[in-house]
Design a binder for this molecule. Sequence first.
Ligand SMILES: [Zn+2]
Length: 157
Amino acid sequence: MAVPIVSRAEDFYAPAPPLRPDAWDLIPPAERVIAYLENMEKRGLPRPDGVDPDALLIARVDAGRWVAQCPVCLSAQVVSPADPRFWCVGCQPGVWTTLRFPDDVAAVEGLVAGEPLKARRFWWASDDTAYNRPRPRPPITLKQQAEQDLQNSMRRG
Ligand SMILES: [Zn+2]
């Protein structure tokens, strides 16, 4: 199987032997993480019932995977634009959270495909403030830069 440009839940959470490779084909992509964890830990997990009408998470590309991050425990999971739902297997809330993907997923995947190393493929929505990603700084003047450099040199002693 070809390596996807950006992995999705249905690529990432795959059944391990002795399960057949197609054992989870009928499991919706958003629920693959539940099957994966149940298989790894050899125990059942509860299932969410319904969708939180007030919650929305924004999916991003992180190291060549579509991921979303739990706003409570900050753990991340691989997600899928084919099934834009998120349920944190760590917190196990009672309901799903809807995920927002870019309008043109293929365009975003095409954008990051230019990076040959999958682990360096990143993308996030410009309005996604959910985590501490680097943000562009406003430009500063040469005088401000000189003042910052002076302060930094004095701090170093
Ligand atoms: Zn969580």
